[in-house]
Design a protein around this ligand. Structure first.
Ligand code: ZN
Length: 156
C-alpha cells in the first residue's frame, strides 16, 4: 500500500513542479478566478473554444494539491468538447464526494459507475487525507465549471 502512496505522491509532485498548460490565453479567451479561503489557494482558468474544442491555460498559486489538480485538469480537458469536459468534471467530483464520505466515516455510500477514465487524477485520493483538503483538490474544477457556465451564458 505504501508503494502506491509513494507513486501517488510522485504524480502530484510532478504536476506541482512542472505544471501543464501554465500561463495565460489572450483575449477573447474567457478568464475566471477561483479562490479557496480555507487554504489560500487561487486558481485562474483561461478558456477558449476553437471550433468547439477547449484550449486552456492555468494561472494562480496555491498548495501542491490545488496546483497539481489544476494541472491535471488542464491536461485532461484540453482538446475536449464542453460536453466531454462536463462529464469528466462530474466524474471527478463524484469520486471526491465518495472519498469525502469515506473520510468522514460514512460507509454507506453508493459507488458510481462511471466510464470516464480519470487517469492520474485518482492519485489525488491518495494524498488528500482530510476533508478540508478536498476543497483544494476541487477548486480548479469548480472554477472550470463556473467558466463554462459564463461562456454558455454569453452565447445564449
Ligand atoms: Zn490548498
Amino acid at each position: 500500500m505504501s508503494g502506491l502512496e509513494d507513486l501517488y505522491k510522485e504524480i502530484i509532485l510532478d504536476h506541482y513542479r512542472s505544471p501543464r498548460n501554465q500561463g495565460e490565453l489572450e483575449e477573447p479567451a474567457h478568464r475566471c478566478e477561483g479562490f479557496n479561503p480555507l487554504c489560500g489557494d487561487e486558481v485562474v482558468v483561461y478558456l477558449s473554444l476553437d471550433g468547439g474544442t477547449i484550449d486552456i491555460k492555468i494561472g494562480g498559486r496555491g498548495c501542491s494539491i490545488s496546483m497539481a489538480s489544476a494541472s491535471m485538469m488542464s491536461e485532461i480537458v484540453k482538446g475536449k468538447s464542453i460536453e466531454e469536459a462536463k462529464q469528466i468534471t462530474q466524474a471527478f467530483k463524484e469520486m471526491m464526494d465518495i472519498y469525502e464520505s469515506e473520510l468522514s466515516g460514512n460507509t454507506e455510500i453508493e459507488s458510481v459507475s462511471s466510464d470516464v477514465d480519470l487517469g492520474d487524477l485518482e492519485a489525488l485520493q491518495g494524498v488528500v487525507k482530510y476533508p478540508v483538503r478536498i476543497k483544494c483538490a476541487t477548486l480548479a474544477w469548480n472554477t472550470l465549471t463556473q467558466s463554462i457556465d459564463e461562456i454558455q451564458d454569453q452565447t445564449h
